[in-house]
Design a protein around this ligand. Structure first.
Ligand code: N01
Length: 506
């Protein structure tokens, strides 16, 4: 058990046992998961919450990323809150600004803006045994019974450690910090990185009158999922009959579960089907030498697979050159590869991914015993009970934490289960079932041990470098179907938690 804690704060007129308590809740981040948390809290009748957002608008990753070609590679009618179908999607794979508009509309429709304080970023928070005390970058302070980190995990750009990077004389920026002032027309552009982001940039920039050199360290598998624009008549039909959007959601849900989810977690027919589709797609590269250099030496899906009908077409455009010699250094005029060649460039784009193991950090959390989250994760790397709660850190929840089902699939789908779980915990607090709640070390270890056991058949351990891999050499992803993750989160198992409760005066 935790050390005894002071009584929680009650709203005027409330008393545990005779009325529901009203905890204060702080949410960090107004992206997809932060907005969803606000919606669910309001639905539960809780208004005493604030969402702190470091930027000046909602949208998270869809606000931050503005690179050309930005789109979601999960079908739009599936990358949607299940309760908020969107008849306005214009493409099968929604473009970034479309998703950003959707999230803005959701924030307005559910009247969330009055709960959001923009331009405020959490610096640190400590738990005083009763409440989380939060400090924000502006110096503002706040405190609450519950702290929910809805910051995502793809928001700290990772710059490559390449000698001479800072010496480059042209324009240089990370894909997530796109410099709109740079006109790409007629320029010699170099791009490092061929992940999902690099592939989308390649498809878009290769259509411009410019020269693009793609620096590829590791070839990627590309699944040929065709995109298409939804004609006006189709969108009007979906507006008239919203059930069509719900039907599309269910169809994609079944497809992703039946094909990709199963293919990722165990060998079998689904994996062979995905592999066959990727091999077929690769054969669309006509030049055998280019095809050879684009052929990965690991199994499809070991790295997050690229969903694109157009990627190989783009790689064969006359505006694109694939460079597979390793990068030796960067000089003011361009990139020098290990074959001694200098590639003169005007613009250098770093599509080199994100620091994916930071989660809520660099914001530091400190528990009542003085232990920081970084220290708690020091030995084993990031780990959490059911991906969302951490032993020793009561009343703190992480949305999209380590072990989430974050490979190819809809992030929104499992985030709804996470948020519903958190709101169920808060409902228990309101009924006076506990004052503080944190998962036990034993339950967390058992959960992590289960993950390790299940990792064996997954595609992520078949021999490749991917950004899922954590400190212990195992991927920090859920190794079963996302549906099973959602089923696990259907209701909190209080026996897995340490609960503290202040005895009430007789
Ligand atoms: O980043 P990545 P990303 N020298 O880490 C290369 C989501 N997302 O931004 O493979 C040379 O996948 C690195 O090479 P290698 C999605 O979850 C979603 O593309 O490590 N190269 C790799 O090619 C995705 O998984 C959408 O050998 C270097 C690339 O940079 C996640 O974001 C769209 C290097 C990094 O690939 C991240 O994708 C886009 C170096 N020093 C992104 N360092 C959707 O549509 C790194 N690389 C939903």
């Amino acid at each position: 058990m935790n050390a005894p804690v002071p009584a929680p704060s009650f709203a005027p007129g409330e008393h545990c046992g005779s009325a529901l308590r009203t905890p204060r809740i702080i949410i960090l981040g107004a992206g997809m998961s932060g907005l969803l948390t606000g919606i669910r809290l309001r639905r539960a009748g809780i208004e005493n919450f604030t969402i702190y957002e470091k930027a000046t608008e909602v949208g998270g990753t869809w606000r931050e990323n503005r690179y050309p070609g930005l789109a979601c590679d999960v079908p739009a009618h599936y990358y949607t809150y299940s309760f908020e179908p969107n008849p306005d999607w214009q493409h099968r794979f929604a473009r970034g600004p479309e998703i950003q508009n959707y999230l803005r509309r959701v924030a307005d429709k559910y009247d969330l803006r009055r709960h959001i304080i923009f331009g405020e970023e959490g610096v640190d928070a400590h738990f005083d045994g009763r409440r989380w005390q939060l400090r924000l970058r502006s110096g503002r302070e706040d405190s609450a019974e519950f702290l929910i980190a809805a910051c995502g995990f793809l928001h700290h750009p990772r710059e490559p450690e390449i000698p001479g990077l800072d010496s480059f004389a042209g324009a240089r920026f990370h894909s997530a910090r796109w410099d709109d002032s740079v006109d790409l027309h007629g320029k010699r552009i170099g791009m490092i990185g061929t992940g999902s982001t690099g592939a989308q940039i390649t498809c878009s920039v290769s259509r411009l009158p410019c020269q693009l050199k793609v620096f590829q360290r590791t070839a990627q598998w590309v699944f040929p999922l065709p995109d298409r624009e939804y004609p006006l008549v189709e969108r009007e039909l979906v507006t008239e009959f919203p059930g069509l959007a719900r039907f599309a959601y269910r169809v994609y849900d079944e497809l992703f579960d039946a094909l990709f989810s199963r293919a990722m977690i165990r060998p079998g027919i689904q994996r062979r089907l995905v592999e066959a589709a990727c091999h077929w797609n690769l054969r669309r590269v006509r030049d055998p030498e280019l095809r050879r250099r684009l052929t990965p030496d690991y199994q499809p899906m070991c790295k997050r697979i690229i969903m694109s009908w157009e990627y190989y077409e783009a790689m064969q455009r006359s505006t694109v050159e694939l460079v597979t010699d390793g990068i030796e250094r960067i000089v003011p005029e361009g990139v020098v590869t290990q074959d001694g060649r200098t590639h003169p460039l005007d613009v250098l784009i770093l599509a080199t991914g994100f620091k994916t193991h930071e989660y809520v950090r660099p914001m530091e959390l400190t528990n009542a015993q003085g232990q920081t989250l970084s220290a708690a994760w020091e030995a084993r790397g990031p780990h959490a009970y059911c991906s969302l709660a951490i032993p020793g850190f009561p009343n703190f929840f992480l949305l999209g934490g380590p072990h989430s089902p974050l490979a190819n699939g809809s992030v929104i789908l499992y985030t709804e289960a996470l948020v519903d779980y958190v709101t169920q915990c808060i409902a228990l607090y309101r009924r006076g079932e506990f004052d503080t709640l944190a998962p036990t070390r034993a339950a967390t270890d058992a959960f992590c041990e289960g993950l390790r056991r299940n990792m064996a058949g997954t595609v992520w351990v078949t021999g490749c470098q991917n950004w899922y891999i954590g400190k212990d050499g195992l991927p920090e992803v859920w190794p079963r179907r996302p549906r099973e993750f959602n089923a696990l989160l259907a209701r909190p198992r209080l026996e897995d938690f340490e609960l503290s409760r202040t005895p009430q005066a007789a």
